[in-house]
Ligand binder design. Structure first.
Ligand SMILES: O=c1[nH]c(=O)c2nn[nH]c2[nH]1
Length: 295
């Protein structure tokens, strides 16, 4: 046997960092969960019990905390690029570093109509994430994403004209509920190194804001013909808004809400235009995926 592929590191490294503005007393917090996996000339640690090539995962965890102290932890695209670049520069036998960062939300509390200087709440399980792959002699590939942004619209979602055959029972609808947990990601054009990432730092927050705003606005305003068509419209607009982005990917579960026919109870009307009470379905769910690139 031989090692076909190998990468190792520390997962679920939880990092919190506070910025204290002494002049205003306003504090700002960031919380994230970091994974770093390394690749390189490490096969002998698997095949020969040669630990001389192993940077201990504990040391990798220490490194994440030290770098979080020394450099900005936002935008996550920058911090991930710094962390990954550190490992391939520090250890000559390490040739690639894969850094995944999940950023959790701490929304500033508004108390008596005013933003509170140092109090926050978890307003959503939505996260902002990056996958940063730093490869020696190649560059830095970054995929940014939004996860766990759960939305629902109570009308202006349709689905009709689909294949009807001996397997079809689904009725066509011109007015249905559409709910999904948004998973949207955008892949940046390859950066040739850390300096190239540092040259465009503002673009990362701008792209995240654009992707989130476009997703929510299109979700709300599009009279959706299908999940497929609506997600394509979202991706198309994100590509137009972010020239440094190479492609956009959506993965949207279609979280079904079924009408409940109550006509058996004294003729109670609760279907079609009379439907008000629905049964939210845990499973099964539709799952619609696409990757959209520039033509
Ligand atoms: O938007 C939808 N797309 C689909 O492919 C599908 N299939 N069943 N319901 C559906 N809704």
């Amino acid at each position: 046997s031989q090692v076909a592929a190998a990468r190792y590191g520390k997962d679920n490294v939880r990092v919190y960092k506070v910025h204290r503005d002494e002049s205003t007393g306003i504090q700002t917090v960031v919380e994230m969960t970091v994974r770093v996996l390394l690749e390189g000339d490490i096969e002998t640690s698997y095949t020969k019990a040669d630990n001389s090539v192993v940077v201990a995962t504990d040391s990798m965890k220490n490194t994440i905390y030290i770098l979080a102290k020394q450099v900005p932890v936002t935008p996550p695209e920058l911090f991930g690029s710094i962390v990954g670049t550190h490992f391939i520069e520090k250890y000559k036998h390490i040739h690639a570093a894969h850094v995944d960062i999940i950023t959790h939300r701490w929304a500033r509390l508004t108390i008596d109509g005013k933003p509170h200087p140092h109090s926050f709440f978890r307003d959503s399980q939505e996260t902002r994430n990056v996958q940063v792959d730093v490869t020696e002699g190649v560059g830095i590939d970054i995929k940014s994403s939004i996860s766990g942004l759960t939305v629902l619209k109570s009308t202006n979602s349709q689905f009709w004209g689909f294949v009807r055959d001996e397997y079809t029972t689904l009725k066509e609808t011109w007015d249905r509920i559409f709910s999904t947990d948004v998973e949207a990601s955008w892949k940046w054009k390859r950066f040739n190194g850390l300096d190239a990432v540092k040259a465009v730092i503002p673009k990362f927050d701008e792209a995240w804001t654009a992707a989130r705003d476009i997703t929510l606005k299109t979700f709300a305003e599009d009279n959706s013909a299908s999940v497929q068509n609506t997600m394509y419209k979202m991706a198309d607009q994100i590509l137009a808004a972010a020239p440094l982005v190479e492609s956009v990917e959506y993965s949207l579960p279609n979280k079904h809400y079924f009408e409940v026919d109550l006509s058996w109870h004294k003729g109670l009307k609760n279907t079609g235009k009379d439907a008000e009470v629905y049964a939210p379905q845990t499973n099964p769910n539709g799952l619609i995926k696409c990757t959209v690139c520039r033509a």
